[in-house]
Structure formats: structure tokens, C-alpha cells
Design a protein around this ligand. Sequence first.
Ligand SMILES: C[S@@+](CC[C@H](N)C(=O)[O-])C[C@H]1O[C@@H](n2cnc3c(N)ncnc32)[C@H](O)[C@@H]1O
Length: 231
Amino acid sequence: MGRKNKLGRFSDLMSYPNVYENFDTHNPHLIGQNNEPVELKGEWAKKHFGNTHPITLELACGRGEYTVALAKRYPERNFIGVDIKGARIWKGATYALEENLKNVAFLRTRIEFIEKFFASGEISNMWITFPDPFPRKSKANRRLTGDMFLEKYKAFLPIGGRIHLKTDADTLYEFTLEVLGSRSDYKSVTDSSDIYAGDLPHPDLDIQTYYEGRHLEAGKKIKYVQIERIN
Ligand SMILES: C[S@@+](CC[C@H](N)C(=O)[O-])C[C@H]1O[C@@H](n2cnc3c(N)ncnc32)[C@H](O)[C@@H]1O
């Protein structure tokens, strides 16, 4: 993976076949390679990946470590990383192209609009990896496991679909369990306040992201909640 400044990365992204972008909140259409508008809602597997495999979304993917590592681990599945920061997505997208990982794509958008890009049942499960915890109560509605976002995910996550939250933040971990306790449409299947204290609660928790590395260096405990949509 080469080194490039932000402008170089943004211009690369526009030429990449594995990156889609949307910046217009009033218009959910995606822009693909060479600025071409594309419609993928309900057709990601067929039109982008050229198969019928199930799709996993990674939200707040940053450099897309989960997207890329899971794609290598599960070649029979498709993976889409979502983040607003193009310079970060560039890393994962460049790596996926260099490694010829055909089951990887990235979507650059605000997660607030995520329900506009996928059809009912189109996503089989999700990872949310070290999202910004928004510790202040006044910003709680921006937490990706809050009520507003859980409602949005129902637009594409079927009943039985799982959401895996990995975080260093006590506030976000406790908040998530509290939200789940108050809802009848999602439940916590497994949770851990320190995943490395014993056997990993899920085998894919061994993948470590850039932010996880920083939190581990700072001596923080890594937390996990596995959520199931039940209604
Ligand atoms: C703390 S970083 C974690 C990145 C990566 N998952 C990791 O663990 O290294 C949080 C990421 O969430 C993205 N993000 C935060 N809020 C977002 C939003 N509303 N829509 C899209 N991306 C968002 C940021 O751009 C950032 O890359």
C-alpha cells in the first residue's frame, strides 16, 4: 500500500471500481467509478459482486480492516465497508484491489443515510467497529447502536440478522445493553466487557483494527455485544 496525500487518495477513489460515494442528502443515488451514477439498492450482489452471496456491512469501517480480513477469511460472502472519510477508505480499497479481493466494496457516505442504499433483507449481518462513542448525553442520538440507527438498520437487516459491536468505550457498551433491554425487536445474544480475558466470544474478534491497536496500547479493555434482530 503506497503513501499518498489526501488529494491523490480522493482522485484514486473516483477511479476505483470497488468504491461508491454519496454526498447529496436529498438524492440517495450513488456515484461509482469515473463519476458514473449507479443504482445498486437491492442489487449489490448481482450488479456489483456478480453473484448471489450474502452481504456483511462494516459500519464506521475507517481503513476497513474487518471488511478486508473477513473477505479473505470468507470468500463465499460479500463485504461492504462504510465510512465518511475517503482518505481512510482509500487504504482498504487500495489493498483490496492489490490483493484482487473481488468480494470487497466500500461505500463513502454518512451512516445517517444508510437505509437509502440497501433493500429489505439485503444485508445478512453487520460489524460496527470502534465507532465514535459520543460520551456526552446530548450527543447520544449519534451513537450507532442508539434507537434511531437500530430503526434504520431494520430497513435491510432481516429478522435473525446479527450486529457485532466492538468498542473500547464503557459508555457505549453500557448504553447499547440499556437500549437493547428497552426494545422488543432486538436482543443481546452475547456480551463481554473484556474480550481478551478468556476465550474470544466470537472467532472473528481476533481481527484488530487501527483504533483497537491504539486502545490496547493505552491499556483499555475491548468490549463486545452481539445483537440479534428478533422482530
Ligand atoms: C474511531 S474511528 C474507527 C475506525 C475503524 N473502525 C477502526 O477501528 O480503526 C470511527 C470512524 O467512524 C467514522 N464515522 C463516524 N461517524 C460517522 C458517520 N455518521 N457516518 C460515516 N462514518 C462515520 C469516522 O470517519 C471514523 O473513520
